[in-house]
Design a binder for this molecule. Structure first.
Ligand SMILES: Nc1nc2c(ncn2[C@@H]2O[C@H](COP(=O)(O)O[C@H]3[C@@H](O)[C@H](n4cnc5c(=O)[nH]c(N)nc54)O[C@@H]3COP(=O)(O)O)[C@@H](O)[C@H]2O)c(=O)[nH]1
Length: 740
């Protein structure tokens, strides 16, 4: 089987070509050939197809072997080129070989042709393989360099024996130099290491060389432009048979950016952790604050709840809680037909302890008494502090009166035991009143009232004893005594309060003054009007204390309103007969004015016509003194008494107040109408201001307006109000809507 061979023959003689072909066939080849004899034809043939060999004559009329060789070089192809010539000198042959011809064969000795071709074919193949390998290597090096460039990673080799160091291009770049711009040395490398890192870098190199430790390290380098970068280095050492280090290979990677990002990340993490820690701490704090707040609120709520139902001094249940328990117990007793007892207990002469030893000793004493009382009763019973030195007890499941007596005796005995308070040895006694359900009352109010009555009786019996309530205690005189005691108690406890009712100018509708009216704010019964307690307080002369209390309260309030910027108004205080007759009345009034700093012109005093007419000379004398102070005097309930007009003129009076009994009937009762008209006319002629009391209807108002009555007072305009409510109404709003 012949070997195919593509032959480009550069020759002008076809005969010579035939000879060569014959030789080739003879040598085992099947040649496919083209013959050219010009440069352009050769160029075209080289471009047209691939050739295994070029055989060229040395000299032709239009071409030559040197020209063909040049043409082949220009094509860039590596094809064996053999000169086959009839006549070629030694020198030409040498110069042709130098120019690139691979061999030369004499035409007259073609036997060398086939061996030369075979040899050249082998060599060209070798050359091609070599070139291909070189190309591969070049590509691989290029891609490695590219990879190193991308990764900022270079490699180096250090021949320790020769102290020759080789850096890859990227190492140069990492150290801030142009690739391969100088031959690096280990010393140069160390020089580039940051001063502060050099010692440990050297130590690492020492360790890896002498202790065979694996070497990888981060350190800083300083670039020619003084920029500081961080590099990661990893290396390994090769040792010879004797254990001597001969070569070190390593990589160096610029990790500046990574380090920067790591640092940034670390700082971010740190800040995040700090933030989280702060937030957590803040949350913990808020939670803690919230927990404390909730606990405090709970405690406060419990305290408020406790305070609402307990006495702050003794921590015993107060009267509200007692009433509640009593009401529930009564309901239960009603269903079960059980008996229960209410004990009312008042310490004897406690006031004198307070007055002589002071309130703090009094308080400690009450505290101790409360403890003693608690020890005298059973778990299911209740002891409460009623007020001041009064205690109430609820005793359940009573079988017979003797049960209660025995507890009462126990209490009397317990209270009698001496007490040591602040170095004072005190001996106390108590008076106890007892009311039994259902005999002495079926509801809480009655039972309490009757136990109180019985207690009063115990006091009457000489104190330090107990009394059961009896029907006999219901007598009128006893009731009166109780009421009197209650009034005194109310005074002591400050249960009297002052309400204010405006006086209005009938012409303008403007408030021009006020009248002070006392009310009893009873702890159980609520607000009580004077009708219920006035006559008794007059009979017992307690009215004097009440009037003085009202007088002082009015001075304080009037001044406070003025200080708060309200329009200054005169406030009138009612004086009872007893109060008016007090020899020191003028001094009392002066003292109230002085103590409160109220201008006397803003204080009014009202006495009834009948009081004024009792001892006319004394009245004139006293009223003059009061009037001289600047106080405004008015005659109250005018028309109900028998005034002597002669004396009336002599009174230093500014106002007559027409009793509401007449005002009430002015549009319905002819007599009332005439009386009111007469009083108005009388006041006008005496140059007194005249005030109509108890005006409730518009008809009454119109009537009074037509008669030119100066002022009015009554529910039509405003009911008496407590100071806090009266103060809330702005003055301009106090003009009665629609009436003026
Ligand atoms: N010594 C003292 N006496 C006082 C004192 N406070 C009041 N009193 C006298 O008690 C009597 C009853 O007074 P009160 O229940 O306060 O009634 C007064 C007004 O509330 C009531 N009034 C006012 N307007 C009307 C109305 O339109 N209709 C209506 N039915 N009643 C009305 O009138 C009473 C006014 O009393 P007065 O002007 O004093 O006459 C009474 O006699 C009071 O004086 C006090 O502190 N000390």
């Amino acid at each position: 089987m012949k070997k195919p061979l593509r032959v480009l023959i550069v020759d002008d003689s076809m005969d010579d070509v035939e000879l060569m072909l014959r030789e080739l066939r003879h040598g085992g080849y099947e040649p496919a050939f083209e013959r050219v004899e010009t440069a352009s034809a050769m160029k075209m043939m080289l471009e047209k197809q691939k050739w295994d060999i070029v055989l060229a004559d040395h000299y032709m009329p239009f071409f030559s072997a040197i020209g063909a060789l040049t043409q082949l070089k220009l094509s860039g192809l590596d094809i064996p080129f053999i000169i086959v010539s009839g006549s070629i000198g030694e020198d030409i042959a040498v110069s042709s070989m130098k120019a690139g011809a691979h061999d030369y064969i004499m035409k007259d000795n073609l036997t060398r042709l086939v061996p030369a071709i075979e040899r050249e074919l082998i060599e060209v193949e070798e050359r091609r393989k070599c070139k291909w390998a070189e190309e591969l290597l070049r590509k691989s090096e290029a891609s490695l360099a590219n990879a190193q460039r991308i990764a900022h990673l270079g490699n180096w080799e250090w021949d320790i024996v020769k102290n020759e160091l080789h850096w890859s291009d990227e190492v140069y770049r990492i150290f801030g130099f142009a690739p391969q711009s100088f031959c690096p040395t280990f010393e140069m490398f160390l020089n580039a290491v940051h001063n502060d890192d050099r010692e440990f870098v050297e130590k690492f190199f020492h360790d890896i060389l002498h202790e065979r430790k694996p070497y990888h390290i981060d350190h800083r380098i300083v670039l020619p432009d003084d920029a500081v970068h961080v590099v990661y280095e990893q290396a390994e050492v090769m040792f010879d048979n004797t254990g001597r280090a001969i070569q070190m290979n390593g990589i160096v990677q610029d990790i500046t950016e990574r380090k920067r990002l790591e640092e940034e990340l670390r700082l971010l993490n740190e800040s995040l952790e700090r933030h989280v820690a702060e937030r957590t701490a803040a949350l913990v704090k808020v939670n803690e604050e919230l927990r404390i707040e909730i606990e405090e609120r709970k405690r406060a709520e419990e305290k408020i709840k406790h305070m609402a139902f307990h006495d702050s001094l003794t921590s015993l249940p107060n009267r509200v809680l007692f009433n509640d328990r009593l009401t529930l117990s009564l309901a239960h007793a009603y269903r079960t037909t059980e008996t229960l007892a209410v004990m009312f207990l008042d310490l004897d002469r406690f006031k004198s302890i307070n007055d002589t030893l002071g309130h703090s000793v009094g308080d400690m004493l009450l505290h101790e008494i409360a403890n003693r009382l608690k020890r005298c009763i059973r778990e299911e019973d209740t002891v409460a502090r009623f007020a001041g030195d009064e205690f109430i007890l609820l005793l359940l499941g009573i079988n017979e009166a003797e049960d209660v007596s025995s507890i009462a005796r126990k209490i009397l005995d317990a209270i009698q035991q001496p007490l040591m308070i602040r170095g004072h040895e005190l001996y106390m006694t108590t008076s106890i009143g007892i009311a039994i359900y259902p005999n002495d009352g079926k509801d809480a109010e009655t039972l309490l009232k009757n136990a109180d009555t019985a207690m009063y009786h115990a006091k009457e019996q000489g104190r330090n004893n107990y009394q059961f309530y009896t029907e006999a205690m219901q007598s009128a005189s006893f009731e009166k005594m109780i009421m009197e005691r209650n009034l005194r108690r109310a005074l002591d406890r400050g249960e009297f309060v002052v309400y204010y009712q405006p006086l209005v100018n009938i012409g303008t509708g403007q408030i021009v003054g006020m009248e002070a009216l006392v009310r009893w704010r009873h702890p159980d019964r609520g607000l009580i009007n004077p009708e219920e307690f006035l006559s008794l307080s007059e009979n017992t002369r307690l009215i004097v204390f009440i009037d003085e209390l009202v007088l002082y309260t009015v001075c304080v309030q009037c001044k406070a309103w003025q200080d708060a910027g309200f329009q200054p108004l005169c406030i009138a205080v009612n004086l009872s007969a007893h109060t008016f007759q007090q020899p020191n009345l003028v001094e009392t009034v002066m003292s109230a004015l002085q103590k409160t700093g109220l201008d006397p012109h803003f204080l009014g005093l009202e006495i009834t016509e009948s009081i004024a007419m009792q001892d006319i000379e004394a009245t004139i004398h006293k009223l003059s003194k009061l009037s001289d102070l600047g106080v405004q005097i008015a005659i109250d309930d005018f028309g109900t008494g028998f005034s002597s007009l002669y004396y009336l003129k002599k009174f230093p009076v500014k106002k007559l107040k027409i009793s509401q009994h007449f005002v009430n009937g002015i549009v319905t009762d002819q007599n009332d109408k005439v009386i009111v008209e007469s009083v108005i006319a009388l006041a006008q002629s005496l140059k007194f201001k005249v005030v109509a009391e108890g005006v409730e209807t518009e008809e009454q108002l119109i009537f009074l307006k037509q008669r030119q009555c100066d002022e009015m007072q009554g529910y039509l305009f405003c009911k008496p109000l407590p100071a806090e409510e009266f103060g809330k109404i702005p003055m301009q709003d106090k003009q009665l809507c629609g009436l003026w």
